[in-house]
Structure formats: C-alpha cells, structure tokens
Design a binder for this molecule. Structure first.
Ligand code: ADP
Length: 255
C-alpha cells in the first residue's frame, strides 16, 4: 500500500537534512509505529506523507502511484490525518464528521454523504453524540470524533501523530483500542508515533525506529530489543517476556 523510498527532506536550503534516505513500507490493515526521540524527524515524515511538506528527494507511492503528484481529492481518499485535537468551532458532532467527506461532495453534502456519516457514527457507537457540540466533549471523545471524521474520508491509511499525547489513561485505552479495531475490521492501515514503548508493543505490527532523520531499524516485535532501545533513545531498559508478550521495564542495568 504505502511505499516510501529514499526520502530526503530539509526545511530550507540552509538548514540541515531532517530526513535522510528514509525507506518505509506499510501494508493494508497494518499498524506501523514510528519510535524515536523528540526531534528525530517523526512529525516531519508525517508532514511529507500528508504532502504538507515537499521532499527534496525520493518517492512516496500508494499502490504504485506517486502520492505527491495526485490531486488533493485523490490523496484524501488514500490518506487521512487524525489531529490530536479538533478545533472547528462550535459544530455538532454530525457536521464535524460530515466535513470529512468534503473531498466527495465539494460544496454541498448529499444524502449519500449523510448516510455515510450515520454509518460511521453507528459503527463507533457515537449516534447519541450526533447533535452535541464538539467543543463540549472531553479530550478523548474529541479524539474519537477526529477518527470518525478521518474515516468519513474513506481513506486506506490513517496518520496519527502521537494520538495519546493529551489523554488520560482511560481515554488512551479507548483511542488505542479504536485504532486497533479500525485497522483489523476495516483493513485500514495506521501509521502513528507513540512515546510509550509498551503501548507501542501492544498496538503495533511493524516498528520503525528513527534517529537523526533516518530509520535505523524496521521490523516486527522481534526487533524491539534492549540494544535497539539503547541505541535509539540512549536509555537503559530491561525487556522481560510474560506469556510470550514483551514488557519493557525502565532502568535495565542499574540493579
Ligand atoms: P519529532 O516529531 O521526532 O519530534 P520533528 O519532525 O518535529 O521531530 O523534528 C525534526 C527536526 O526538524 C528537529 O531538529 C526540528 O528542530 C526540526 N524542525 C521541525 N519543524 C521545523 C520547522 N518548521 N522549521 C525548521 N526546522 C524544523
């Protein structure tokens, strides 16, 4: 589905390269997680995938087609962004989600668009929220509406930048399980970044460890090792396995 090859990017001619030789492949329905220190280039990579920034070199393809050369509407049907928080003013939940379909209806929404919104609200158990004002919802609920709005675009890939950044633990769980459900039930790919390595292990199918604008390690849970975490984060951790599941414990060697 998504195939990034040898991507390079810098913010201006005089600034250093922020992305260098980035290769990344994500298949339909896969959850890919970018892991790396602050400043390693995760957000910049998302901005390139979303065509907010234009790379200096390399390619971003979707099913073999060049994402950078697509019209906005075509791109919207492939990749949707889920912001950490939605600020559209005092709109109802229904209208907020309907806005996700703007690439389908242009100026005026039709019955098809409204039906599509109802289907998403039903599926996400948000029907009772339809008439409520988004501004009056909690952070977790707003994030869920942001997912609903992105899904209204009928994309194949959702891009989330730190989805749990502003949320308490219950809402974190709500959003991560919703992301997992969307990927597995709807076969929609997810590319996200997370700070919590245990959350990442719970959620991810593929991991992309970034350092200084490069992806240094790519693979399944088997690549998440103490040595890789030391290299990428300069942090000591210990990894234990319980019932086949890896758990990361802070402060590995200092026992
Ligand atoms: P991350 O998401 O991993 O924290 P970013 O992609 O935000 O990393 O940042 C990568 C590098 O790009 C950092 O060195 C950061 O200072 C730089 N950077 C980010 N945004 C801009 C910008 N708008 N202009 C110039 N440099 C930027």
């Amino acid at each position: 589905m998504l195939e990034i090859k040898d991507l390079s990017f810098r913010y201006s001619r005089h600034s250093p390269m922020v992305l260098q030789g980035v290769d990344l492949v994500l298949k339909d329905g896969e959850i890919g997680i970018l892991l790396g220190k602050n400043g390693s280039g995760k957000t910049t990579l998302f901005k390139n995938i979303l065509c907010i920034q234009k790379p200096q070199g390399g390619s971003i393809r979707f099913d073999g087609e060049d994402l950078l050369k697509m019209k906005r509407q075509e791109r919207a049907r492939r990749v949707a962004y889920v912001p950490q928080s939605i600020h559209f003013g005092a709109l109802s939940v229904f209208d907020t989600v309907l806005m996700g379909r703007v690439s389908y209806f242009g100026y005026k929404a039709g019955k098809e668009d409204e039906d599509a919104v109802w289907a998403i609200l039903r599926d996400m158990r948000l029907e009772d929220y339809a008439a409520r004002n988004v501004e009056q919802l909690s952070g977790g609920e707003r994030q869920k509406i942001a997912i609903a709005r992105a899904l209204a675009q009928e994309p194949r890939l959702l891009v989330f930048d730190e989805p749990t950044g502003n949320l308490d633990i219950a809402n974190e769980q709500l959003i991560l399980s919703e992301a997992q459900r969307v990927a597995k039930e709807k076969n929609i790919g997810i590319l996200t970044s997370l700070h919590d390595l245990n959350q990442a292990l719970d959620l991810g199918d593929r991991f992309f460890f970034m350092k200084d604008g490069q992806i240094r390690h790519t693979g399944g849970p088997e690549i998440v090792t103490e040595a890789v975490i030391r290299e990428i984060f300069d942090a000591e951790v210990r990894i234990v396995e319980i019932e086949g599941k890896k758990i990361i414990i802070n402060g590995g060697q200092k026992t």
